[in-house]
Ligand binder design. Structure first.
Ligand SMILES: [Zn+2]
Length: 90
């Protein structure tokens, strides 16, 4: 006979993945465009507006690439190395 009912211990809910972050990763990795009017479309659109004042490029040139190309580590836009030795946004 139990005088005090034992409470069931509930596990805290697992954190849910951020759908905006998933949509941005799908765009960056697979080229899937997010739905217009969503937060992901706004975040990707802000990249082109100039959210990054000075790009911080990292070279990601592949073996078969003709030009040296890279990605900005701050805003994520693709950049290429031009003839003057400067990284320029594509
Ligand atoms: Zn940038």
């Amino acid at each position: 006979m139990k005088f005090w009912p034992r409470r069931s211990r509930l596990e805290p809910p697992a954190p849910r993945p951020d759908p905006t972050r998933i949509a941005i990763l799908e765009h960056d990795l697979f080229g899937i465009q997010p739905q217009p009017g969503t937060a992901a479309a706004l975040a990707i659109g802000l990249r082109r507006v100039g959210a990054c004042s000075t790009h911080a490029p990292v070279e990601v040139t592949g073996l078969g690439d003709q030009t040296r190309n890279g990605l900005c580590t701050r805003c994520g836009i693709p950049v290429i190395l031009n003839d003057e030795g400067d990284w320029a946004a594509v």
